[in-house]
Design a protein around this ligand. Structure first.
Ligand SMILES: NC(=O)c1ccc[n+]([C@@H]2O[C@H](COP(=O)([O-])OP(=O)(O)OC[C@H]3O[C@@H](n4cnc5c(N)ncnc54)[C@H](O)[C@@H]3O)[C@@H](O)[C@H]2O)c1
Ligand SMILES: O=C(O)[C@@H]1CCCCN1
Length: 312
């Protein structure tokens, strides 16, 4: 089947999952994950099955949060698509289990969960690490993650200017037309990030698109794409000049080409900053390298399930 099927579950999850509920739960989960002695969170590094023939991979993302008793796994397929393709690059399904008996309690769409929880975690990173006075937000990429990031960043913060760049100008223009607030479209990354306080990279690139020489000192970069060990979104200069924060060290050193290939050192996990065990170096140039975690899907799925039960 070549066309993309958005099930009713996609719309249902969209209605049930809200950033105001999701962000505090993600913060709690990130805190627990980063406690050194924590036996409360079980989350192996994602298993990936490369599909080289099709330029993609299947990822399996199980997690168990012991205290909350949430057992969950996401199955996600990601493909690098040709410019102009209308097929989705991410397709995902989330399974929520009853941990006591092992039965599946719910099967739900994972695309909205992936879009919203990833953007919400980037917003948590920005809350902790962006310059105190942040006026300009630039989004590089104009797909699903670009939109969810636009929504949560404009809901959570008050930027004076929002800019977008995409490798095809028409896509960036369509993106700008689809948003409620005013978004300016830029033709080059260099111009789009000039003077930006916060930069979100949400592209399908496997070579750097953002170069350190263009980034304002002290800016915060939420780097969401490039999730394979040989893929890049950011260049070596940026990776080496910035303080690098991650969601999971273990995940980052296994999966992030930006970290592995640049040799950059990870300064802290977001959960360590939330726990107060590592500082938020807001005045420095910071990169939050996001890879995505099973626990983020697990708390999102639990929230969706709770909201669904309240309605039925
Ligand atoms: N960190 C996480 O938790 C997480 C979660 C989901 C997705 N992602 C990643 O986020 C990125 C965006 O995902 P999405 O769902 O928005 O995808 P999408 O296909 O909806 O959008 C991708 C965007 O990147 C652009 N793009 C593709 N190839 C490019 C290239 N070579 N150079 C520059 N731009 C390019 C496309 O034109 C489009 O604007 C992907 O890399 C995906 O793997 C990360
Ligand atoms: O954490 C995730 O859900 C995504 C899936 C696609 C690739 C990157 N990470």
């Amino acid at each position: 089947m070549l066309s993309h099927w958005r099930s009713s579950s996609t719309y249902e999850v969209e209605d049930l999952l809200h950033y105001k509920d999701l962000i505090p739960r993600l913060e709690v989960a990130l805190r627990k994950f980063s406690k050194l002695d924590s036996a409360e969170v079980i989350q192996p590094v994602r298993t990936t099955v490369p599909l080289q023939k099709y330029n993609g991979f299947l990822g399996l993302m199980p997690a168990y949060l012991v205290h909350e008793d949430i057992l969950c796994t996401k199955l996600v397929c990601f493909y690098k698509r040709e410019s102009g393709s209308t097929l989705p690059s991410t397709q995902a399904t989330v399974l929520l289990f009853d941990p006591e008996y092992g039965n599946v309690k719910a099967v739900m769409d994972g695309e909205v969960i992936t879009a919203k929880r990833t953007a919400a975690v980037s917003a948590i990173s920005a809350k902790l690490l962006m310059p105190t006075k942040s006026d300009v937000l630039t989004i590089l990429g104009a797909g699903h993650q670009a939109l969810s990031h636009y929504h949560v960043f404009t809901e959570t913060f008050s930027f004076k200017e929002v800019r977008v760049w995409s490798r095809r100008k028409e896509t960036a223009e369509r993106f700008a037309q689809s948003t409620q607030g005013h978004v300016t479209v830029w033709e080059s990354v260099e111009e789009a990030v000039n003077g930006a306080d916060v930069i979100v990279t949400v592209t399908g690139a496997s070579e750097p698109v953002l170069f350190g020489q263009w980034v304002k000192p002290g800016a915060h970069v939420a780097a969401v794409g490039a999730c394979r060990p040989d893929w890049r979104e950011l260049d070596d200069v940026l990776m080496r000049q910035a303080e690098v924060y991650v969601d999971s060290r273990e995940g980052a050193v296994a999966e992030s080409g930006d970290i592995i290939l640049s040799g950059a050192k990870v300064f802290a996990e977001l959960g360590e900053v939330l726990n107060g065990t590592r500082p938020a170096l807001r005045e420095k140039t910071t990169v939050f390298k996001s890879l995505g975690m099973g626990i983020q899907d697990a708390v999102s799925a639990k929230l969706v399930f709770e909201q669904w039960k309240n309605k039925h």
